[in-house]
Ligand binder design. Structure first.
Ligand code: DMJ
Length: 554
């Protein structure tokens, strides 16, 4: 084995927990939760392909970027808003308490059968992912209890042969860092460092670009290679978490590792089959991006999302992120976004896919719930770069997602659906003869709902929240409230909330699944949109793709 075990004795987790709880609750407040190191010290792993040099973190003084949030005076906090906020917190607590009772320390709660699931290495994904939501919602007792449990977690023990690098980064590393940002509990940063050191092992490949999986056996034997057909978002969405880890620990190697992926994307941005964007999957091993499909949905989404967010995190000192964002945003606007033909002639935008062939490129007007993050991306990117056209595009995208929610009988958007693009974005009259739905239950304006599930995803409320903070306009809160009520109505189970099979059916059967993003993201955004604008102010924080707040350089 290329890494050494720690010399400290491995105590039984139960006994450790008990001692910690006694120490914690008998000590005067504020208390520092003791850190229990994992059994493997990943920082001692000897890389087979060490980096020849480590790029230091930028030291330039952060630029004064334009404000993201609307003027403070535009926000009013009414009794109605407070009631709505309380409702989102209650919904969170139901699910959280059910997780606590039925699936404590497991990755997920199965909300119908009331059992636990192992989906992300067995490292309490739901608990780690929801830690900063507990803090934001003022659930201090729950936060403290969770922090004690997490500080005794051993991230080197798993029954899995490997872990998903992207998911572990956004859920575990992001979750720990976000909770540390808010609470300043040192043990959370120490745990984040342990996870970061483990993830850093994934970069031990001949070209220092990581694979999709960190396979422990391959790592031990120096057999790791980057993927030849990996989702572009996977290695490209590690920058925020790795950079923040470097900033907080002072060790630049994490930043250097993630930055190499973006430098590669920078080199090829204008040579792809849709110059300015990157294909859904990329050959990271050969450093070739010649795929023919382009989308803001699954496989590619957070690659784009992280460009303006890195610009914010670094305080604008690396011009690459702004350039990558602006260049890709132009192509997205021109080639992927379309105005759909809808019965009320609403002036909204939807994000489709593009396929390129020898004849040129074609828009496929199929969209996904996942693409709804784009409203927030254009809003945030537009504000940070002083580009009001982007903000207006963001508004129409967020309104488009809201429109789709309202159009289905459940009041909730399907996972995948199709619409009919208008011939002109300027004027577009509803023409019923052009509407040819596949299936009886498809609402007017849609061609299909190819995947009719709703799996408790956050992207629509995420964009609605960002638009609210950018404008201060209560119409976004009203839209959010309708979305919240519809989601709760269809997803609530005796214990918690569950994904549903079919948004076209108001009596839809439920699915025994509640992914960690329900507590980490969806309910956090619902809570925040009904909170005063200083709670996670977007001029102080940037939210990761899993909604974990990181302090911006200012
Ligand atoms: C989250 O885990 C993240 O937002 C990720 O980037 C993609 N989607 C899920 C939630 O839908």
């Amino acid at each position: 084995m290329a890494f050494r075990r720690r010399s400290c004795a491995v105590l039984a987790t139960g006994a450790v927990m008990m001692i910690l709880i006694i120490m914690y609750f008998s000590a005067p407040s504020p208390t520092v939760v003791p850190f229990i190191p994992g059994t493997v010290d990943w920082s001692q792993f000897e890389h087979f392909h060490p980096a020849d040099s480590i790029k230091p973190l930028p030291t330039d003084r952060p630029r004064r970027l334009p404000p993201v949030q609307a003027d403070r005076s535009l926000f009013k906090h009414s009794e109605l808003t407070e009631k709505r906020r309380a409702a989102t917190r209650d919904e969170f607590l139901r699910s959280y308490n059910a997780y606590k009772k039925r699936a404590w320390m497991m990755d997920e709660l199965a909300p119908l059968s009331g059992t636990g699931k192992t989906t992300f290495g067995g490292w309490a994904a739901t608990l780690v992912d929801s830690l900063d939501t507990l803090w934001i919602m003022g659930l201090k007792k729950e936060f403290d209890e969770a922090t004690i449990a997490i500080s005794a977690m051993d991230f080197s023990v798993t029954n899995e042969g490997g872990i998903n690098v992207f998911e572990t980064t956004i859920r575990h590393l992001g979750g720990l860092l976000g909770a540390y940002e808010l609470s300043r509990q040192p043990t959370l940063l120490q745990k984040a460092k342990e996870v970061g050191e483990m993830l850093y092992v994934a970069f031990d490949t001949p070209n220092r670009l990581p694979g999709f999986w960190l396979n422990f056996e391959d790592a031990r034997n120096g057999r790791q290679v980057a993927g030849t057909n990996d989702p572009s978002a996977s290695p490209a969405s590690l920058t925020l978490e790795m950079t923040r880890l470097s900033q907080l620990t002072g060790d630049p190697k994490f930043y250097d590792a993630a930055d190499r992926v973006i430098r590669f994307l920078d080199r090829v941005q204008n040579d792809t089959r849709l110059p300015g964007m990157w294909p859904l999957t990329v050959n990271f091993q050969g450093e070739v991006a010649d795929g023919d499909t382009f989308s803001l949905g699954a496989l590619a989404d957070s690659l784009y999302e992280y460009l303006p967010k890195m610009h914010a995190l670094l305080g604008g000192v690396d011009p690459m992120y702004e350039r990558l964002y602006l260049t890709s945003a132009d192509v997205i606007t021109h080639d992927l976004l379309y105005r759909p033909m809808v019965p009320d002639n609403a002036d909204i935008l939807i994000s489709g896919d593009v396929r390129v062939n020898n004849q040129g490129h074609n828009l496929s007007p199929e969209s996904q719930h996942l693409t709804c993050f784009a409203g927030g991306m254009f809003g945030l990117g537009g504000r940070l770069t002083g580009n009001n056209t982007h903000v207006e595009i963001g508004k129409k995208l967020a309104q488009g997602c809201g429109w789709v929610y309202k159009a289905f009988p459940t009041g909730v958007m399907p996972e995948i659906y199709g619409m009919i693009p208008c011939e002109s974005a300027e004027s577009c009259e509803w023409d019923e003869s052009k509407w040819k739905p596949h299936g009886d239950s498809i609402p007017k304006g849609f061609s299909h709902a190819r995947d009719p599930r709703y799996i408790l995803r956050p992207e629509a409320i995420e964009s609605v929240f960002i638009m609210y903070r950018i404008t201060g306009d209560t119409e976004w809160q009203d839209l959010a409230w309708k979305m919240f009520q519809s989601i709760v109505k269809v997803s609530r189970t005796e214990l918690a909330n569950a994904a549903i099979e079919d948004v076209t059916n108001s009596e839809s059967p439920k699915i025994d699944s509640m992914e960690s993003f329900w507590l980490a993201e969806t309910l956090k955004y619902f809570y925040l949109i009904f909170s005063p604008p200083d709670l996670i102010n977007l001029d102080e924080y940037v939210l990761t793709t899993e909604a974990h707040p990181f302090k911006r350089a200012r």
